[in-house]
Design a binder for this molecule. Structure first.
Ligand code: WQD
Length: 344
């Protein structure tokens, strides 16, 4: 069966994608510098699938190490590139860290692909590239607006680099997947979101508040032009998102692609507000999430949700999990983390 290189494969979305790849028989090699993930994730993957993926502790920014890695694993059929820094707020404070990490790692991979005869490249992008869309739901043909953060700008620049590189190298192809808001955890409870330090994203902060690790959730603004005043996002179960990556790889390996660069929105098509997420989380899990409304967060857009019809029709993929089930899985994962901490 084909061998897939997954950069950032011990991360949140990466680890869930490795599980889905292994489930359909792909052999997986993970490279990760563990800057924002934990090597114990390999145990979780192995517990779910019974297969421990090959792992190399490598920084994608390190060209020489990457070249050596491709020499060692010289039969890679496709790359899924997750490894990147992804905190919007942090990118505003440390732009050069984001440009170096996210852009140099991409350029290294694209330079090494023809040398090592790897022809298929899946890129982890984000709905952030749209900024605040003028029309909702947002389709792949929506205009790309000036980025609101260095993080978002790295995703826009990366997409342009991919377009130009694939145009210049006709025998290669790429699939760009624009994620909306991934949340939740694998139903086994063995892997999930593991942010280092204080979470930037909403869901881990909600679950850590519910379990008592955080005193109170801060809701960044309720004066937006939305029904309840809080921001709206398209929250998608991370396992649904992971499954789309498997389909994208199979599509390229089976030469079913229609263009050498294809772009897909990976969302549910359903927009939910911050306050709706909190209310639903409390209802399905029977817990309270103490919160208070504070000022808006710089860089936040007001509302975005996907029109996923292109991915639904072209990939034959649809996000299946309900938001209730997704929020239940997030809570189960947080409880598992707490139980593991007690055992240690
Ligand atoms: C969601 C909503 C916040 C925390 C970013 C990236 C995106 C993707 C996901 C990588 C917003 C509100 C949050 C909190 C809050 N990253 N919020 N209190 O900013 O939509 O997307 O992360 O794949 O590319 O752009 O996600 O979870 O940070 O915020 O009120 O403590 O929750 O204001 O409205 P975001 P988020």
């Amino acid at each position: 069966m084909a061998k897939i290189l997954v950069t950032g494969g011990t991360g949140y979305i990466g680890s869930h994608t490795v599980v889905e790849l292994q489930k359909v028989g792909f052999e997986v090699v993970i490279i990760d510098n563990l800057s924002n993930s934990n090597i114990d994730v390999l145990n979780g993957i192995e517990k779910i699938t019974g297969i421990r993926p090959a792992f190399e502790n490598i920084d994608c920014v390190d060209y020489v190490s990457m070249d050596r890695m491709f020499e060692k694993y010289n039969d890679i059929d496709a790359i899924i590139h997750f490894a990147a820094s992804k905190a919007v707020g942090e990118s505003v404070e440390k732009p050069l860290l984001y440009y170096r990490n996210n852009i140099v790692s991409l350029i290294n991979l694209l330079q090494l692909m023809p040398i090592h005869k790897v022809k298929n490249f899946v890129f982890s992008s984000s709905c952030t590239v749209y900024g605040q869309p003028d029309v909702l739901p947002v389709t792949e043909s929506a205009p790309i607006k000036p980025a609101l953060s260095p993080y978002g700008n790295t995703k826009q620049i990366s997409e342009e680099i991919i377009h130009d590189t694939i145009h210049a190298n006709p025998c290669y192809q790429s699939t760009i997947l624009r994620y909306f808001n991934p949340i939740g955890a694998h139903p086994s409870g063995e892997i999930g979101e593991l942010p280092n330090g204080v979470p930037n994203n909403l869901l881990p902060f909600v679950t850590q508040t519910a379990i008592g690790l955080r005193k109170q959730l801060q809701v960044y603004g309720n004066d937006y032009n939305t029904p309840d005043g809080s921001c709206i996002r398209d929250y998608i179960h991370v396992v649904d998102l992971a499954k789309a990556h498997v389909i994208a790889v199979q599509r390229m390996l089976n030469h079913h692609t229609k263009n050498r660069v294809e772009i897909f929105n990976l969302g549910t098509g359903r927009g939910l507000s911050v306050l709706e997420i909190i209310e639903t989380f409390e209802k399905v899990n029977g817990v309270k999430v103490p919160y208070r409304i504070v000022n808006r967060r710089e860089g936040d857009i007001e509302k975005v949700w996907a029109d996923p019809s292109f991915a639904n029709n072209e990939l034959g993929w649809t996000a299946k999990e309900t938001v209730e089930e997704t929020l239940r899985s997030a809570w189960a994962w947080e409880q598992n983390l707490a139980n593991k901490a007690k055992e240690e």
